[in-house]
Design a protein around this ligand. Structure first.
Ligand SMILES: [Zn+2]
Length: 466
C-alpha cells in the first residue's frame, strides 16, 4: 500500500513534507518524494491531508473486566480510533481484580484481547493493601522477587496513588512509595504517581464541609478541597522520596504549573490532560449554569490562569506529553446531583488529539516537533515502545492519523463511541478533522464510514516492543 500526496509530519522536521509512504507487512517500508506503485499495489490519495503518526494515549481507564458499565475495551478503543489514537496504555486500578499480579494481568488480557481495535499496553499497579506482596521482600535498595518483578516483563510501568477513593486499590504510604520506586528502578520501569496529598485534601475537605454547614454544597467547595497546594505538596514529597531515582518517577495528570516545574527541575517526567489546558475551576459554576459534574475530575481543574502556564510548559517540553485520563462513567454516576458524590472522571481518549491539534498546533502554541512529541513521540520513549511506535519513520509500525486541516470538528457527547457521553468539551468547535486512522497499515476508522477495524485486531505491546 502507498499513501501518496499527503503532507507528512516527520520527526524533528519543522514543517510538513509532501511525500509518499509505502506500507508493507504492517510497517512503514519507505518514505520518499514519489513512490511508483508496484503491480497491484493499492494507493491511497491523501491530497490535502496532514499525515501524523497515530497518537499514543498513555493514560486510559477502560475498566475491563469489572467496571464495564462505565467503559470497556471495545467502546474505549473505538473512541480512541475515532480520535486518531492508535495505541493506548491502560491503568491497572479500575478493573477487577486490579492488575497487581500476574494472574490478574492474564485474566485481564483474556477479556480485552478479543475486543481491542487499537494497539495497547498495560501498567501494573501497586496498591497499599498488597505492597508487601508487590515488593516481595525488596528492601529500600530492591531485592525483588515479588509481584512487581513478575509483572515487569508484561507492563510498561507501575501505578500508585498518594490518595485513592477506590476500595479495591488503595493508596501507598510514603515509606512504601520509596521502596516501590527503588524496586521499579531495579526493574527498569517507571512509577506513575497520582500526586495529591492525603493530609491536605482530608483537612481541606473537612474545613470546606464544615463552613458550608447544612447549606447545599457548591462546585467551588470541591475545587477548594483539592487546590494547587495539594498537588505541589505531594509532588515535592514524591521527589524527595525518589531522590537519586527521579528519572524513574512520572507524575500523572498534572494540573498545577508549579507542580510541573518541580518535576522538571528534579529530572522526573509528567503529563497533563486536555481538560487542564482547556478549563478552569470557574467553568464549574455558577450553580446550574455551567459545566458542573461534566467537568469533575480528580485532580480538579485549577484556576483559569493555570491554563496558559501549562501550555507554555507543554510547549517547552517541561511537561512531557498529553494524556487523557479517560475515565467515563454512567449518566447516573455523573448526575448524582451532589458535588461530593458525582463521579470524578471524564471521557477523553477521542478528544485529546483533535484538541491538541486545534488549540496547540493550529493555533501556534506548539511547534510541529513539539506537537509530535506531546501526542506520540515522548510517550513512546517513556514507555519502551519507541522502536516501533511514535513516529513516521521506516521500520516503525504504519500507525497514522489523517487530519483535514480545512475542516472543523464539533465535539458532541452523543457522537462519542465511548460508553461515557458526558464531556466538558460539549459544543466546542475545533479546527481540523480526523478523517482516518490506521493501525499497522490497516484502516480502523474512516470518517464517513466510522469504525472499520475489527475487535481483537489490537496488539498487546510490552516494554521493548520491536
Ligand atoms: Zn487516571
Amino acid at each position: 500500500m502507498i499513501v501518496k500526496n499527503g503532507l507528512l509530519a516527520l520527526p524533528g522536521e519543522s514543517d510538513y513534507r509532501r511525500a509518499s509512504i509505502r506500507v508493507r507487512d504492517e510497517r512503514i517500508a519507505e518514505i520518499a518524494e514519489s513512490l511508483p506503485p508496484l503491480q497491484g499495489e493499492e494507493e491511497i490519495d491523501a491530497s490535502g491531508l496532514l499525515v501524523f503518526p497515530g497518537a499514543i494515549d498513555p493514560h486510559v481507564h477502560f475498566d475491563e473486566p469489572g467496571f464495564t458499565s462505565r467503559e470497556d475495551f471495545l467502546h474505549g478503543s473505538s473512541e480512541a480510533a475515532r480520535g486518531g489514537v492508535t495505541t493506548v496504555i491502560d491503568m491497572p486500578c479500575t478493573s477487577l481484580p486490579p492488575v497487581i499480579d500476574l494472574p490478574a494481568l492474564e485474566n485481564k488480557l483474556s477479556h480485552i484481547s478479543k475486543s481491542a481495535l487499537v494497539d495497547f499496553a498495560l501498567y501494573g499497579g501497586v496498591s497499599g493493601h498488597a505492597v508487601a506482596k508487590s515488593l516481595g521482600g525488596a528492601g529500600i535498595d530492591g531485592s525483588g522477587g515479588g509481584d512487581m518483578a513478575k509483572l515487569a516483563p508484561k507492563v510498561v510501568g507501575f501505578k500508585c496513588y498518594f490518595i485513592s477513593g477506590m476500595e479495591s486499590f488503595t493508596r501507598v504510604t510514603r515509606e512504601d512509595f520509596a521502596r516501590v520506586v527503588a524496586e521499579a528502578e531495579r526493574l527498569g520501569r517507571p512509577v506513575l504517581l497520582h500526586a495529591e496529598d492525603l493530609d491536605y485534601v482530608t483537612a481541606a475537605t473537612a474545613r470546606v464541609k464544615a463552613a458550608r454547614g447544612s447549606a447545599k454544597p457548591e462546585w467551588s467547595d470541591y475545587a477548594d478541597s483539592r487546590p494547587e497546594a495539594a498537588e505541589t505538596t505531594a509532588v515535592a514529597a514524591a521527589l524527595a522520596l525518589a531522590r537519586g531515582r527521579e528519572s524513574t518517577l512520572h507524575i500523572v495528570h498534572v494540573g498545577t504549573a508549579a507542580a510541573a516545574e518541580l518535576v522538571r527541575e528534579a529530572g522526573a517526567t509528567c503529563e497533563t490532560c486536555a481538560h487542564y489546558l482547556a478549563f478552569g475551576r470557574e467553568d464549574f459554576g455558577p450553580e446550574g449554569a455551567a459545566l458542573g459534574a461534566a467537568l469533575k475530575t480528580a485532580p480538579v481543574v485549577k484556576g483559569r490562569a493555570e491554563r496558559e502556564k501549562l501550555w507554555r510548559l507543554l510547549a517547552s517540553g517541561s511537561i512531557d506529553f498529553l494524556a487523557s485520563d479517560h475515565a467515563p462513567c454512567t449518566r447516573e454516576e455523573k448526575e448524582s446531583g451532589d458535588v461530593w458524590t458525582a463521579y470524578g472522571g471524564i471521557p477523553g481518549v477521542g478528544t485529546g488529539f483533535p484538541y491538541l491539534y486545534s488549540e496547540g498546533l493550529a493555533r501556534g502554541r506548539l511547534t510541529l516537533p513539539r506537537f509530535l512529541e506531546a501526542s506520540s513521540g515522548a510517550a513512546a520513549k517513556r514507555y519502551g515502545l519507541s522502536a516501533r511506535k511514535g513516529a513516521l519513520v521506516p521500520g516503525h509500525d504504519a500507525d497514522m492519523a489523517f487530519v483535514d486541516p480545512k475542516g472543523n470538528t464539533r465535539i458532541e457527547g452523543s457522537r462519542l463511541l465511548s460508553k461515557g457521553r458526558i464531556t466538558p468539551f460539549e459544543g466546542m468547535i475545533l479546527a481540523g478533522v480526523v478523517t482516518a486512522t490506521f493501525v499497522r497499515g490497516r484502516p480502523v476508522y474512516e470518517g464517513a464510514r466510522g469504525i472499520v477495524g475489527e475487535p481483537g485486531y489490537g496488539r498487546f505491546l510490552t516494554w521493548g516492543y520491536a
